[in-house]
Design a protein around this ligand. Sequence first.
Ligand code: ADP
Ligand code: MG
Length: 470
Amino acid sequence: MTKPDYIMVWEECLAIIKDNTTEEGFKTWFAPIRAKSLVGRTLTLEVPSHYVREHIESHYNDLLLKVLTRVIGNGFRLIYSVRVVGNSYVRTLESSRETPENRAVVLNGDAQRYNGSAYAIPGIQKVKIDSHLNSNYDFENFVVGECNRLGYSAGMSISNNPGKNAFNPLFIYGGPGLGKTHLAQAIGIATKDMFPDKIVLYVNANTFVAQYMDTVGVNHQITDFLRFYQAVDLLIVDDVHEFADKKGSQNALFQIFNYLHQLQKQLILTSDKPPVELSGLDQRLLSRFKWGLSVELTMPDYATKLAILKSKCLRGGVEVPEEILEYIAENVKGNIRELEGTIVTLIAQATFTKKEITMELAHDLIEKIVQTPQNEITVAKISRVVCDYFKIAPEQIASKSRKREVAQARQIAMYLSRTLTNTSLSYIGSQIGGRDHATVLHSYNTVSDLIDTERTFKKYISDLKRILCQ
Ligand code: ADP
Ligand code: MG
């Protein structure tokens, strides 16, 4: 009995792919793929998980395009079908039907969002403005919990009514790896879905500064630069703290901001600190940042961490026992990026070494990759050391007690946390007795003054710094 066409076609493709990839790459990414059908020139392949599909799309699109054009011919379509628990998902790669020398690829359907340069394929059909949105960062993949609920709700309102709402600009701030870029991009994607004609543009502050230097710094073409940005309906500027001390770029952003805001176009900014704590930025710009709504993304709580882990497993098409996910949620103390790194590594191990995911494997991994280094200075460690030094109980520093030595220890712990860690004032407050950011700032200023005027204070601080930094 002869094999069906689709099997033969795919085997022919595999033979060419094998000659053009490493053995390891072939075994890992291509061998697990199954051909499912060939209808006309449309080939459907079943891939084991989103993870595999994403990897193939970002690393092997060029190769696949060449191979499929050779084997099936111009005008082929490739459909990926991803088998996820209870969920089948389809994406398409399609070759151009126009002219033989036009080797353009159209990423179709859902994939239209892949216009970012990371996915640029030579000859890709151009949309008017490349939005630089990454479709993995959409609301569907964004798990909502206490740590990000306000930002999420504001984001949903914005995408239903960009520009004409009370959240303009939306200023999203928080530490690294807490989802600022993801949330900002999700708002961009949802807006584009609701209003396909609106121009959405995502730009990282560093890219903005580099573009500014290239066009304005060299050619003095500020008008062209401004005109480009003034054409958009939703502008996302990520990591605005990177603008610190870059006066020319700040000025350009200021002009763009005013222009867009006046026309009721939407602005979204992200930063590692709230506007009041940003240094090196022009006051005029900071005051604009405060016009709309500022929302903080904080560290996820246990329930949110668990939900994020479950969502990543579902996307990876892998089932991981609940108690292992609980173990990870409890033990990974870092941000969402670290949490994601842990589960992605576990899934990768399970997929490619065919080992079962056991508690032991999870345990080893956590030991290896996420254990906090002994000498890392955290707010918790500072509190402990300060309590030890002043011989007070840890409960006291967290209490409302106004006893002089307790209040003083608390202020010193806040001062040291601001000086020695990268965390925000509100985070420090939340860790030391549930105080707000104003209290932390006040403590910091008080201790700074006392160090200048009182010798004993100076000694406390230098002793404590020595203990913490050894
Ligand atoms: P930041 O910009 O704050 O440094 P990112 O937006 O890059 O953080 O997020 C880090 C990683 O964590 C990304 O891979 C992102 O998809 C993931 N992530 C962040 N927040 C969430 C969330 N609420 N649900 C699911 N994944 C998230
Ligand atoms: Mg980011």
